[in-house]
Write a protein that binds this ligand. Structure first.
Ligand SMILES: C[S@@+](CC[C@H](N)C(=O)[O-])C[C@H]1O[C@@H](n2cnc3c(N)ncnc32)[C@H](O)[C@@H]1O
Length: 404
């Protein structure tokens, strides 16, 4: 079963967003909304409506700070089907298992069950906030067979954290089953990868859809941080790039990328450059450069500038996590919640704009240093991709760079 596209919203705005989605006919009536452990709510969206969904207009309809993002949920707990839910079935099976080991079911154990998880075909991937109580260990390998039975899974895995090895690899351990390769279909693109080796950035779906909507026919594109093809594939499959140079230094990701290029029938239009993109020998070839690395892609700015075509220039898509430091409103006693939200949102936008203006100036001066001629840079668009915390946002700046 494929994952379910959902709109992630804060609990206090869930009802308003639900009504908006309903009015647009985009809410999936066969699925329940799901409260996530972080206090947000996932509203299921009909996959057929996903590409037409305009997040900005939704936020405006809700008329608040209304943060929302599209995510994919693989949680089967969303199903509205009558009868015993998978959650209940899991609990029942685990209770039986515990009792057969002479142990009692407790609320603490219930609280240690997974609230949501990624599902890739028959493999369920848990986060590190479940099955952490020592009692589970006593059940031995029987535990994972029981969990799989309770959820209707064949393979189970657990993710600990994103490692600090420079490749942002997840630390994923298989709990049940040996084959860790999974398939994921997103916007008609097939991604296959080994979950113990590569990371799948489900949270970037809005940006992947935006890239898929670009018209890159006749263009040469460079993706400086290709991973397993998160943006490379939409550029080739949907945006129609004539040729794409994909840079990636993680050998596991390169191997996966090459498989995915073949699986999607676009390998003839892609050159993969394995290694550190800062050492890339190409220059003066690109109409567009994608710099999809967070928290910052700044290390890639000089190479991106070298890559742009000297005579016509091009567009840089620069990813960055931007943090806004808000004025201390605690000192203003009469301020209400709505006012704070509006001013918070305005302050965020001002910080993004300031970062974009500064980036435009710095790129213009890098381009001048590299080429010896003057360039004009123009902030075409700032796209909000994801919020990590109330005022930490992953944004993308579309920066047009032209020689003057
Ligand atoms: C987080 S992934 C981003 C993938 C994709 N752009 C996304 O946002 O979903 C970043 C990728 O860039 C690769 N990477 C980071 N620094 C690099 C460098 N200097 N040269 C080549 N690849 C690099 C990492 O190995 C990783 O696969």
């Amino acid at each position: 079963m494929e994952s379910v596209p959902c709109l992630r919203v804060s609990q206090c705005h869930a009802q308003q967003f639900r009504t908006c989605l309903q009015s647009k006919g985009a809410l999936d009536p066969s699925l329940c909304l799901l409260k996530d452990s972080d206090g947000t709510v996932l509203l299921p969206i009909l996959p057929s409506c996903l590409s037409q969904l305009d997040l900005q207009s939704l936020r405006t309809m809700v008329a608040s700070d209304g943060a929302c993002e599209i995510v994919r949920s693989q949680s089967p707990l969303l199903s509205k089907k009558r009868g015993r839910t998978r959650g209940n079935k899991l609990e029942e099976i685990l209770q039986e298992l515990l009792e057969s080991h002479g142990e009692r079911w407790t609320e603490e154990l219930r609280g240690d069950l997974p609230r949501s998880f990624q599902r890739h075909e028959d493999l369920f991937l848990f986060g590190d906030n479940c099955f952490s109580l020592p009692l589970w260990k006593k059940m031995g390998p029987q535990l994972w067979s029981a969990v799989a039975k309770g959820l209707g899974a064949k393979r189970l895995a657990k993710m600990s954290q994103i490692s600090r090895d420079g490749f942002r690899s997840p630390v994923v351990t298989m709990l049940l089953g040996e084959d860790s390769w999974v398939k994921h279909v997103d916007n008609r693109i097939r991604y296959e990868f080994d979950i113990t080796q590569c990371m799948f950035s489900a949270g970037n779906i809005t940006e992947k859809l935006r890239v898929a909507g670009f018209d890159c026919r006749g263009e040469t594109v460079v993706d400086l941080y290709a991973g397993i093809g998160y943006f490379t594939l939409p550029y080739l499959v949907h945006a129609g790039a004539s040729h794409l140079h994909a840079c990636e230094w993680n050998p596991d990701a390169v191997e996966t990328l090459q498989k995915n290029l073949v699986a999607n029938g676009v390998s003839d239009r892609c050159t993969v450059h394995q290694g550190d993109n800062r050492q890339l020998q190409l220059c003066d070839i690109a109409d567009r450069v994608n710099l999809g690395l967070i928290p910052s892609s700044e290390d890639g700015w000089p190479v991106a500038c070298r890559l742009l075509k000297r005579t016509t220039g091009g567009i840089l898509h620069i990813h960055q996590n931007v943090t806004s430091v808000l004025p201390n409103t605690a000192a203003i006693p009469a301020i209400n919640d709505a006012t704070q939200r509006v001013s918070g949102k305005k302050a965020d936008r001002e910080v993004w704009q300031a970062w974009a203006d500064d980036t435009a100036n710095r790129i213009a001066s890098l381009l001048k240093d590299i080429t010896g001629t003057r360039w004009i840079t123009n902030n075409q668009h700032i796209e909000h991709v994801k919020s990590y915390a109330p005022h930490v946002h992953h944004i993308v700046l579309d920066l047009e760079c032209r020689p003057s």
